[in-house]
Design a protein around this ligand. Structure first.
Ligand code: AP5
Length: 260
């Protein structure tokens, strides 16, 4: 029997300074074709929620650039590089962090992407520049994306999901005040931590984020369609229904690869 794959995100969240964490790249080779996925879609469409479910289902590691920035924001100011301090300001305003900073951060953690357990990238790439950098890195290592899942949802439902989101301070579990409430009210069901509203989920930042998505990230849909890896998925319904649609889309993507 293959040894279980350990999806340890510590290195992804903390970077090369992570101490003693099991490197994803040292994961035993248990799977012939690991899933290498990008999740695309507007802020609040449900990428993080689906990434958690897909991680359980597929075993690949959930890597979110937004989580890295939020983890960095919890460190003391003196532990943050000037580039990270500037990045956190962009994030609070709802603007995209400059490509050079994002790529530096991803490059430092590239072993998480190149590891043999596969990955689910959530929130990266977000610009054509980032997509080109990822493509180059993967080509250099002779690995390919399995699929790029693009989640689609009308704007009014996106705004509703964002403004009702609550996140656990401790375990980062994500809830929604009406759609997926925690039974404990303002306390997390999973770990008892306090639930809070992300700074960038306030109305003024939501507008900026949606504009940044339209301007910089939506063009990636055509980029990945041209590469033949785009898998569109309707993001309406419950998380489990959306997961079911995603798995069907991934099956079709697999068949495409086999017949290519
Ligand atoms: P990031 O953390 O990536 O945020 P985002 O892309 O804006 O996505 P969200 O986390 O807001 O939403 P989601 O799609 O994951 O939805 P979720 O599952 O939580 O980035 C934050 C910031 O960091 C950026 O604005 C930028 O400044 C910076 N940044 C990060 N990466 C960058 C990059 N590569 N380049 C430049 N800058 C970068 O769900 C939302 C809510 O809906 C939750 O409450 C959830 O419970 C609820 N929900 C989910 N699914 C359902 C459902 N099916 N039905 C009902 N409710 C649902």
């Amino acid at each position: 029997m293959n040894a279980p794959i350990k999806n340890d995100r510590i290195e992804w969240l903390q970077g090369p300074s992570a101490d003693g964490a099991a490197k994803c790249s040292s994961v035993p080779a248990g799977r012939k074709n690991p899933w290498r996925l990008v999740l695309l879609g507007a802020p609040g469409v449900g990428k993080g929620t689906q990434a958690e479910l897909l991680t359980e289902r597929l075993g690949a590691c959930h890597l979110s650039t937004g989580d890295v920035f939020r983890a960095a924001s919890k460190r003391k100011d003196c532990d943050q590089s000037p580039a990270m301090v500037a990045a956190l300001d962009y994030m609070r305003r709802g603007e995209l962090v400059p490509d050079s900073t994002v790529w530096e951060m991803v490059r430092e953690r590239s072993h998480c992407i190149l590891g043999c357990g596969g990955f689910i990238l959530d929130g990266f790439p977000r610009t054509l520049g980032q997509a080109e950098s990822l493509k180059e890195l993967m080509e250099t290592e002779s690995i390919a994306l399995s699929a790029v899942v693009n989640y689609e949802l009308p704007l009014d439902e996106i705004v509703e999901r964002l403004s009702g989101r609550r996140t656990c301070e401790q375990c980062k579990a994500v809830f929604h005040v009406t759609e997926r409430p925690s039974k404990g009210g303002a306390i997390c069901d999973r770990c008892g931590g306090r639930l809070y509203q992300r700074e960038d989920d306030r109305p003024e930042s939501i507008t900026v984020r949606l504009e940044a998505y339209e301007r910089s990230t939506a063009p990636l849909i055509q980029f990945y369609r041209n590469l033949g890896v785009l898998t569109p998925v309707v993001a309406k319904g419950t998380p489990d229904e959306i997961l079911g649609r995603t798995m069907k889309g991934l099956d079709r993507a697999n068949d495409r690869v086999k017949t290519a």
